[in-house]
Design a protein around this ligand. Structure first.
Ligand SMILES: [Zn+2]
Length: 1001
């Protein structure tokens, strides 16, 4: 079958096309015109011709001296014209270990798997057929190569190249993404410049469709969701403008509706660039078309000949897509006359035995010290220049817990910190208030003292820690501490199953997974009333929880993680923590958790044009699944990363005379206590034709929505059902598209026998397949519920680029980098090489850097060229075996490849993983196949391959084959019923033709 053809052998022959050469061709870009793998460099070829280098005995006398290999006599690297990178790629031949597996095994495997096309739907598969072994090697069955047109790495590469190609020879500027003129945004993760034309940049908001169907029946014919994914505090190239409307219209006796920011009287949309001023003081709302709106006297302006206000380009709210509005105190949580506190942040640290044993309190203490005292303060930047100068600063508190709760008094009046212990867990109370929260400068001595105390208890062999911890009560008490400040943030460490006291959890054996939905419900949903009530309280009090779990045992993530899930917090988790290797990664994430709050007391409201309404806010406490009805979500804590996905449904019909308008209004209190509304506007076109809808979809948002919708069913349906639904969803979408084309409704495509994907949805299958193989959904008892749930909670909130790189990681082949690649240009953009497909068959015996959105892995094959290894890790290594498995960073060396690697790792950390600070460094994890245990984790990221010959985790090629056949079967079976045909032909009939789970799309 797809077996063992030439695609498994390495391809060393191709034409070199560096970035600049590519750029010349981008005008007529075609994915078929794929960038070929680079040949070895000239120097390499010379060497190969002269003496075939031994692959693993690189220190033989035949090897030239370093100076020669580094291309100049000055030693390593930074010579302006180095002839080579300073290392040699080992010669690959067809007998390398990267060959395909033995043909007989492959074919026998495939014949058992493929004939009946069990994948769609996959009910023929034995549910527990595969278990990825926890230790030892895992076997990957390399993928038959899918068509290059479907290559995601090419797509990412070409999209990036488009935005890094100077506009013309005379104009060195890169093309920008114009938010009104251009429509479908570049794929998430692309570096590009934007021009805000009054509708928001895709960094802030992306829509699944850029032509919104006029009616539900038109939408239903696509089987695609109408959804927005919103990242209100996305990092942006320009600071977000702040508009002060606190005193606008503040005249006694005036209508309260005219007080504060100008808003539509009917739908309450905020003033925005698409509102039409009909006179100096009257405007028509773009969202609901209400005409009778007025602005206060002081906001009036004359209109120019085109009907635009004369001050349009002076006022950000009249010409920009995204802005912050400072609002009067009527908008405060406490209402008129109330004030808002600055953000209060509690460090809640587990000091029970599992924590002490792993050395964690000291690691946390060190991280807090760095976060508070070593990092530069950029609060002013975050909160906007218009913030009135105030003495307000974020306030911090440190609380520890084991079987009791230990409060550090950080009052600057004390000589040293004092510890008060709360022992009453049934009726807990806050023992003191003065000194509970502290300014980090005023109380620096006391904070340092408390941190030293935590370090001492970690290192004191005579200290006898409690064996258990009362995490739930500790969270409750921390939230009580925050109550009088209007909420805030808790960053907490948990080191084991919190079994003590009220809310104590019991170990849940993981022997029920996959058996039935009830068993999974028990594992995946919070089952303790204490936690359910606590989650509700945290949301009500605007308290957000970031969780760091460092535990070798299960901690019952269903209950514990729920607290993060509903409050918008992150879960960071280590199951095999080695302080030497992992402390650095922990440190980076902890410091980020301290630095990333952008505000709290959030309330999200999304308004849209008549005809649509919000159906679901995924992953928030407003979720229908959590509280039984859809309402505007309260968001305890707002961070740079936080992302919301909102699904829409029709309650009427869109008016094709107008555009379709969306306005996201996020009311929040910033970290220094200013009450603001972040307004994000999006204008989309309305479509009447199915073809237009299909041609203007954004697969990133479609995938994000399908993924979050699927995950919202965890615990309510079995994982097996969720996987089937996901497969069915894909089949549905492509069936509809294929039917549309076959029925002659798509004049832009000619028919052929190959799988026909809409241009904008070509990569949905690889993302969906990766999702099926993710820790959240992958079949097998080997995955603990904690692993599944931590992944699920994070996937619900993370930015789109992180999500997509988590599904399909970026893998960079270091040994074939051009000299220019992985260097920064004048815009600060990194010149990224073409990534390598995630298949073992595409990997050589070299060095790779992979980023999966959580971590960066450095894969070093034991047979990698030793000179590359020396250039990367240091002169003193003679073998890959000598590398320290606990290594957590690459050394800084004066070689080009070292610089390139550091640039790449820094890029991945800041753009994808979300660890922006340069000071915090860049952690990595070393992976040496056949040597390090991390090999298993790495190989699970090779999503184009079949994991462990599993039926449920096919290779990409097999998956496509199955998908293709399932679509065909659908269409053939429709000949009798004609339902699909009807849905396409007559968009008036809202037929349900396939297994339906996605109730709303
Ligand atoms: Zn309105």
């Amino acid at each position: 079958m797809q077996a063992n053809n030439g695609s498994f052998t390495s391809n060393g022959n191709g034409t070199t096309q560096d970035l600049r050469a590519m750029n010349g061709e981008m005008g007529n870009m075609s994915l078929a015109n794929k960038r070929k793998k680079k040949p070895a460099r000239a120097f390499h070829q010379q060497w190969e011709t002269a003496v075939a280098p031994p692959s693993s005995t690189a220190s033989t006398p035949f090897m030239p001296p370093n100076a020669l290999f580094n291309g100049n006599s000055n030693g390593y690297g930074f010579d302006s014209n180095p002839p080579s990178n300073g290392f040699i790629t080992p010669r690959m031949d067809s007998t390398s270990s990267f060959q395909s597996p033995a043909p007989s095994r492959v074919s026998s495997f495939q014949t058992t798997q493929l004939p009946g096309l069990p994948l769609f739907p996959p009910q023929h598969q034995p549910e527990n057929a595969i278990v990825v072994p926890v230790s030892g090697g895992i076997s990957l069955v390399p993928a038959p190569a899918p068509s290059s047109e479907l290559s995601l790495v090419d797509y990412r590469y070409h999209t990036q190249a488009t935005f890094m190609t100077p506009t013309s020879d005379n104009d060195p500027l890169y093309p920008s993404f114009y938010t009104f003129q251009n429509s479908i945004p570049p794929t998430a993760g692309t570096q590009y410049l934007t021009v805000d034309q009054g509708t928001a940049s895709p960094n802030y908001i992306r829509s699944s469709m850029y032509f919104v169907p006029e009616t539900e029946s038109l939408r239903a014919a696509t089987k695609l969701p109408i959804a927005l994914t919103i990242r209100p505090f996305a990092p942006s190239q320009d600071p977000v403008p702040v508009v002060d409307f606190r005193d606008l219209g503040n005249i006694s006796g005036s209508d309260p509706l005219d007080f504060g920011p100008p808003r539509c009287r009917r739908c309450r949309a905020y003033v925005n660039p698409s509102m039409t001023f009909t006179s100096v003081s009257n405007f028509t709302c773009n969202v609901c078309q209400f005409r009778g709106n007025t602005v206060p006297q002081e906001y009036t302006s004359y209109l120019d000949a085109q009907g635009n206000r004369a001050d349009k380009f002076v006022k950000p709210e009249l010409h920009q897509g995204v802005y912050d509005i400072l609002v009067p105190d009527e908008y405060n949580v406490g209402g008129t006359g109330s004030t808002n506190d600055e953000l209060h942040h509690i460090f809640l640290v587990d000091i029970s035995e599992p924590s002490i044993r792993q050395g964690l309190p000291a690691v946390v203490a060190d991280s807090i010290r760095t976060a508070l005292f070593a990092e530069k303060e950029d609060l002013q930047e975050q909160t906007g220049e218009d913030n009135e100068p105030s003495k307000k600063t974020i306030k911090y508190s440190i609380i520890c817990f084991d079987k009791h709760i230990h409060f550090y008094n950080l009052s600057p009046k004390l000589q040293q910190t004092q510890v008060n212990v709360c022992t009453d867990l049934d009726d807990p109370f806050v023992p003191f208030f003065d000194g509970l929260f502290a300014d980090k400068e005023e109380s620096r001595i006391q904070i340092e003292d408390a941190l030293t105390n935590m370090e001492q208890m970690t290192n004191d062999p005579t200290f006898l820690p409690d064996t258990e911890s009362c995490f739930a009560v500790a969270i409750k008490l921390a939230s009580m501490c925050l109550e009088s400040h209007g909420g805030g943030k808790i960053t907490t460490l948990l080191a084991g199953l919190p079994s003590w006291g009220p809310g104590g959890l019991k170990f849940k054996p993981n022997n029920t997974s996959g058996k039935n939905a009830d068993a999974e419900k028990y594992l995946f949903l919070p089952n303790l009333d204490y936690y359910k009530a606590l989650g509700k309280e945290l949301v009500a009090q605007s308290v957000g929880v970031d969780l760091f779990v460092v535990a070798k045992t299960q901690v019952d993530m269903a209950n514990v993680g729920y607290l993060c899930g509903v409050t918008g917090g992150n879960i960071n988790r280590w199951t095999n923590f080695e302080i030497e290797r992992d402390a650095r990664g922990f440190h980076e994430k902890f410091v980020t958790s301290v630095k990333n709050p952008r505000g709290y007391q959030g309330q999200l409201k999304v308004r849209c044009s008549n005809g649509l309404q919000v159906a679901q806010y995924y992953g928030t406490y407003s979720n229908k699944d959590i509280i039984g009805d859809v309402m505007d979500p309260k968001v305890s804590l707002l961070t740079e990363d936080q992302t919301f996905t909102v699904l829409f449904e029709y309650d009427g019909k869109l008016d094709t005379k107008y555009d379709c308008h969306f306005q996201v209004a996020l009311l929040y209190t910033d970290a220094l206590g200013a009450r603001k509304v972040r307004v994000i506007n999006l204008v989309l076109a309305v479509a009447e034709k199915l073809q237009d809808v299909f041609n203007m979809v954004d697969e990133d948002t479609v995938m994000t929505t399908i993924l979050r919708d699927s995950l919202s069913f965890m615990g309510k349906q079995s994982l097996k059902e969720i996987r089937e639904s996901l497969n069915n969803k894909l089949v549905e979408v492509y069936t509809q598209y294929r039917a549309m084309s076959e029925l002659g409704h798509n004049i832009t495509n000619t028919m052929n026998r190959t799988l026909l994907f809409p241009e904008g949805l070509k990569h949905l299958p690889i993302y969906a397949l990766a999702f099926l193989k993710s820790d959240a959904l992958r079949n097998g008892n080997g995955i603990t519920p904690d692993t599944r749930l931590a992944e699920m909670f994070n996937l619900m909130h993370m930015p789109v680029e992180r999500l997509l790189y988590n599904l399909y990681p970026a893998m960079v082949e270091l040994h074939s980098l051009d000299d220019e690649e992985c260097t920064f240009d004048d815009y600060g953009f990194l010149r990224l090489p073409r990534f390598t497909e995630l298949s073992l068959s595409k990997m050589e015996q070299g060095v790779y850097i992979l980023c999966d959105g959580y971590r960066v892995y450095v894969w070093v094959d034991p047979n990698a060229n030793i000179l590359l290894v020396k250039d990367l890790f240091g002169e003193n290594y003679d073998s890959v075996l000598q590398l320290d498995p606990m290594m957590n960073e690459l050394p800084v060396l004066p070689t080009l490849i070292s610089e390139q690697s550091h640039n790449l790792i820094k890029f991945f950390h800041s753009k994808i993983i979300g660890i922006p600070g340069q000071d915090t460094g860049s952690s990595i994890q070393l992976v040496r196949p056949g040597i390090d245990g991390s090999e298993i984790i790495f190989k699970l990221r090779l999503v184009e391959d079949n994991i462990s010959r599993s039926l449920a985790t096919p290779s990409y090629g097999d998956y496509l084959t199955s998908l293709h056949k399932a679509i065909r079967v659908n269409l053939d079976s429709d000949k009798a019923s004609g339902k699909i045909k009807q849905s396409i032909d007559n968009v008036g009939n809202n037929s349900e033709s396939l297994t339906q789970r996605f109730a709303l799309f």
